[in-house]
Design a protein around this ligand. Structure first.
Ligand code: CP
Ligand code: NVA
Length: 309
């Protein structure tokens, strides 16, 4: 069974293959209207469940669009309208859904929910974000970086701000795709030790830096994300904002990085907080390419899961 649960638990060659496939899949669609089917229909007659226990704009629409372009159909479900977590076990939900659909994508809170779904489903399960990781986002980000700058291997990525779920997947990617990673943020919000250890175990450099300007100097890519994630306690907002203020990505920081540096953000962005308008809309920003590339990268992920060519 080919589940796509995380970047560190998926074979590095398979990940490389998916990025290369995503690029081809994207090239073949160039100029086509969004609703037009792909020439190849690898998901013909396939049904895909897209389950959301948290809000989503990009993940929801990009998966739905990708499935349809590849000839499949979707059921988009929210946790609230399912029995999920309202008495029925995740294991039984997984067994039932496996009788109806060919593929399950789930966005959830606890990683355990995702793992339990995968353990008991007889169809592939894809991680559409948990409190701990967001692997589909980083697949789109690798595709985006390589479109603009060529191979990411050997480059240096600098994360500024909260060492959250997206940051953890970036660390996993550093190990799997072979690039160095610097975290610039406060000690209280450092990325989890396991993700750092994974990257280091693959031989790449992981640096922890408190000063944002020092960290970004000469970077190939500067990345940021919201200071309060969906799973974070909203009452911690002021404390986190105070801690994270020195890590805002603004014009001065991008200037310190240098003009070779790209800027990425998984979105949604809180303009004026972790990133300014000038950077979001500036020449180094590739944030909307990232959003588009969710479609292409996830199509390659789904094809891989289903063993479809
Ligand atoms: N980046 C991302 O996953 O966006 P959504 O929360 O809108 O899906
Ligand atoms: N870190 C953010 C990412 C949103 C796509 C969150 O989990 O809310």
């Amino acid at each position: 069974m080919r589940h796509f649960l995380d970047l560190h638990t998926t074979d590095a060659d398979a990940l490389r293959g998916m990025i290369d496939d995503a690029r081809k899949v994207k090239e073949k669609r160039a100029g086509k209207p969004r609703g037009a089917p792909d020439k190849a229909q690898p998901l013909k007659d396939r049904m895909v469940a897209l389950i959301f226990e948290k809000p989503s704009t990009r993940t929801r629409t990009s998966f739905d669009l990708g499935v349809r372009q590849m000839g499949g159909q979707t059921m988009v479900l929210t946790g609230a309208e399912m029995q999920l977590g309202h008495g029925e076990s995740i294991a039984d939900t997984a067994r039932v859904l496996s009788r109806y659909v060919d593929l399950i994508m789930i966005r959830t809170f606890a990683e355990e929910t995702l793992i339990e779904m995968a353990d008991h489903a007889s169809v592939p399960v894809i991680n559409g974000l948990t409190d701990r990781t967001h692997p589909c986002q980083i697949m789109a980000d690798i595709l985006t970086f390589e479109e603009h700058r060529g191979p990411i291997a050997g480059k240096r990525v600098v994360w500024t701000g909260d060492g959250n779920n997206v940051c953890a997947s970036f660390l996993h990617a550093a190990g799997q795709f072979g690039f160095d990673f610097t975290f610039a943020g406060p000690e209280a919000l450092e990325p989890e030790a396991e993700a750092i250890a994974f990257a280091r175990s693959k031989g790449v450099d992981v640096t922890i830096e408190r000063d944002a300007e020092t960290a970004v100097r000469g970077a190939d890519l500067v990345v940021s994300d919201t200071w309060l994630s969906m799973h974070d306690d909203a009452s911690a907002r002021d404390r986190r904002h105070n801690l994270l203020k020195p890590y805002q990505v603004n014009e001065a920081l991008m200037q310190a990085a240098g003009e070779q540096a790209l800027f990425m953000h998984c979105l949604p962005a809180h303009r004026g907080e972790e990133v300014t308008d000038a950077v979001m809309d500036g020449p180094q920003s590739v944030v909307f390419d990232e959003a588009e590339n969710r479609v292409h990268a996830q199509k390659a992920v789904m094809k891989w899961c289903l063993g479809a060519e």
